[in-house]
Design a protein around this ligand. Structure first.
Ligand SMILES: [Zn+2]
Ligand SMILES: [Zn+2]
Length: 101
């Protein structure tokens, strides 16, 4: 594997995705980052910017809004893995079994 140059989705700067990082991401089955370190660091602070995430069920891209990020952070939940329609479908599926508090 060689170092890759990726255009940041946040600031459109090219950044290096080096071999070490590629191995790290591959090991965990992550996709290559879409944003440079600087932008990623900003995004780690809840409330900084909306996140675009990929749904693990339907692979649709969905937004994790600033408000949601704050909400999730307050409850120390990890970011959602599914888009809203999929989350709703899941919730309905379980609604009978596990009524919401
Ligand atoms: Zn950037
Ligand atoms: Zn989905």
């Amino acid at each position: 594997m060689a170092d890759q140059l990726i255009e940041c989705a946040g600031c459109a700067e090219l950044f290096e995705f080096d071999e070490g990082e590629q191995a790290f991401f591959a090991e965990r089955g992550y996709r290559p980052p879409r944003r440079c370190r600087e932008c990623r660091r900003k995004l780690h602070r809840p409330g900084a910017e909306r996140l675009t995430l990929t749904c693990m069920d339907c692979y649709a891209q969905f937004e994790h809004s600033v408000v949601e990020q704050a909400l999730f952070a307050a409850k120390s939940y990890p970011p959602p893995k599914r888009c809203l329609p999929c989350r709703r479908a899941k919730r309905q599926m379980y609604a009978g079994l596990y009524p919401e508090p």
